[in-house]
Design a protein around this ligand. Structure first.
Ligand code: FES
Length: 244
């Protein structure tokens, strides 16, 4: 029977030859417990490669990606801002407008401007169709007044002269005031006598006269391409006045 009061003898350390250190006198540290090993899948009869694993993953992800794509498109179409379809419409609209503008520019280049200005030479009828004084029948169409006078200040004869209805100040069109026997410019108040001589306002010189002759058919022919200026002494030119 063992003696219970006998001091307990320390048991000899149990160490394998592998864990025992050769350094005597140092206590050996206990080994850290290893984590449990993962179960090994049963791959018997199967060959598995990285490529096949990636393909399988892609195949598995493909059905999931399609609904996500559709959901993204639906969210885009439902956006309060411009959606994809509206952006496409805008882009096509801008492209069409640019194409039309380029086409118009090309057409304009191919067909240059045609000026529909009144002719510089024109007939205004027979002398017998006019009475004494100022006639305005061609003022709007040709920009002239036809004046028949019994005694012209430059030619000292009876006949016709043609006044250009352009103010010599800044080019506006004066009005004929029959009650005052004058032409009055509404722009800055220049006034001209029936002869065309300026007498009030800022106009620096008289109105200009146009060439006037008798055509072969007996009508009065006016040529606005040729002007005569009083201050240059040109009103005495034979074609600045038609004697009649
Ligand atoms: Fe005729 Fe100035 S344009 S007065």
């Amino acid at each position: 029977m063992a003696d219970e009061n006998k001091p307990e003898q320390p048991s000899a350390p149990v160490a394998s030859a592998a864990t025992a250190t050769p350094a005597a006198g140092h206590a050996a540290k206990p080994a850290a417990p290893r984590p449990p090993a993962a179960p090994i899948p049963d791959l018997a009869g199967k060959t598995t490669t990285a490529a096949s694993q990636g393909g399988a993953a892609a195949k598995a992800a493909a059905p999931a990606a399609a609904p996500a794509k559709a959901a993204a498109r639906a969210a885009d179409d439902a956006s309060p801002l411009l959606n994809r379809r509206q952006w496409m419409g805008l882009a096509w609209g801008a492209f069409s407008a640019a194409s039309a503008a380029a086409l118009a520019a090309t057409g304009r280049f191919m067909f240059p401007n045609v000026l529909n200005e009144p002719p510089q030479q024109f007939k205004i009828g027979l002398p017998s169709e006019y009475g004494m004084g100022v006639d305005e029948r061609f003022k709007d169409k040709y920009g002239i007044w036809i004046i028949r006078t019994p005694d012209d200040i430059a030619q000292h004869a009876s006949g016709f002269y043609i006044l250009i209805s352009t103010c010599t100040h800044l080019g506006r069109t004066p009005n004929y005031l029959s009650a005052e026997s004058k032409f009055k410019c509404p722009c800055h108040g220049s006034g001209f006598r029936l002869t065309g001589i300026n007498f009030e306002g800022p106009a620096p010189r008289p109105l200009e006269r146009a060439r006037v002759v008798l055509a072969d058919d007996g009508q009065i022919l006016v040529d606005k391409g040729k002007h005569y200026q009083y201050e240059l002494g040109q009103w005495i030119d034979p074609e600045a006045f038609l004697k009649a």
